[in-house]
Each structure stands twice: as structure tokens, then as C-alpha cells.
Design a protein around this ligand. Sequence first.
Ligand SMILES: Cc1cc2nc3c(=O)[nH]c(=O)nc-3n(C[C@H](O)[C@H](O)[C@H](O)COP(=O)(O)O)c2cc1C
Length: 189
Amino acid sequence: MDALETLLTRHSTPSRQLGEPGPDDAQLLRMLEVAVHVPDHGRLTPWRFVRIQGAARRALGDALADRLSQRDHAISQDKLAKERSRFDHAPCIVAVLARLMPGHKVPESEQLQSGSCACFSLLLAAHALGFGAQWLTGAAAYDAHVLHLLGVGEHERVLGFIHIGTIHGAQADRPRPDPRTLLTDWHAP
Ligand SMILES: Cc1cc2nc3c(=O)[nH]c(=O)nc-3n(C[C@H](O)[C@H](O)[C@H](O)COP(=O)(O)O)c2cc1C
């Protein structure tokens, strides 16, 4: 795909519309090669990737649902079932973790920004290889118990779960902002 066409045609596919086949090992590694091409102030490599596939997806959904029901006894069965199946759809989910170096001269916010770029690059690379993808967070990205289960360290953060798979169903882009309304020229006072 032409580079600009790739950039201009990317849009998210809801994870429930993603199915088999997912990327094979070589395709996923190709996507990760793209992801590690992001700008990285200080060359800190302030991110890493955790793949969740196969039965691990339902195990993560179960852990999330159990946790939510412990925290909220009034939670509905429908909501719990939705949480249990949250990771069931896309065959491949990549958790992008920020690995922060507290106190480093490169501010943590910049380390996080680099990780966000890695998330977006994964979306773009998935699209370039013909897959659909969606960047999701939700309670799983922030719940201490789920993070522990995922092996997220003290100075790490889940920046997103990138759900990747083959698109099932019709897809349309959403209206995009007009960049002309967002651009101003700064002039020296
Ligand atoms: C950091 C981040 C977290 C997100 N988390 C969620 C989420 O948990 N649930 C959701 O429906 N969309 C979430 N989104 C939005 C979708 O990934 C997606 O961007 C949105 O549906 C718009 O689609 P588009 O990528 O085609 O513009 C998140 C986006 C970002 C940048």
C-alpha cells in the first residue's frame, strides 16, 4: 500500500468484528518492527509488548469479570458476561506496556508519549498488512489485580490493548475533523 494511502485509510474496527485468521508470528513481528520505529527521546526503549492469544484471552476476561464483581456486588450478569468475553473476538491482542524510568531527565510524560506512538504504529502496521485493529483500554488497563496477573511491573503502565484480526463485516470510516479548522499560524508579537 502507498504510504499516504495507508495513513489516510486507517480506521478502527470494533474488536467484536475482528476474527480469525490473526497475524502469524512473522506478521506480528513485522508489525512490532514498525512499532519500535517510533521516536524515543533518550533511546530508553520505554515500552514492551505482551501478546495475549488463544485461551489466555478468556482467562484475562474471566479475571477482569471476577474483579469487577468483587468490587461491585450489584453488577449485572449482562455486564459481567460482556467483560468475560471482552478479549474473545480478535485472535491476537497485544498489550503495549510503558516501562517508565522515574527521575530520568527525559520526563515520564515523554516516555509515555513514545509508547502511545508505538500503539498507533501497531494500528497502522496491522492495517498495512490487511488486518483490522482497535486500541482499547477499559478497566483491564487500570485494575491493580489484573495488572499483577499480566505481569505489569511497578514502573510499568498498560497504554492499551491492541486487538488485531481479520475484519468481518462492512467497515466505514467515521467523519474526520477538518485540519484547516485546527491550524493557526503563530506570529512573533
Ligand atoms: C488511549 C486510548 C484508549 C482507548 N480506549 C478505548 C476503549 O476502552 N473503548 C473504546 O470503545 N474505545 C477506546 N478508544 C478509541 C478507539 O480505539 C478508536 O480510536 C475509536 O473508536 C475511534 O476510531 P478511529 O481509530 O477509527 O478514529 C481508545 C483510544 C485511545 C487513543
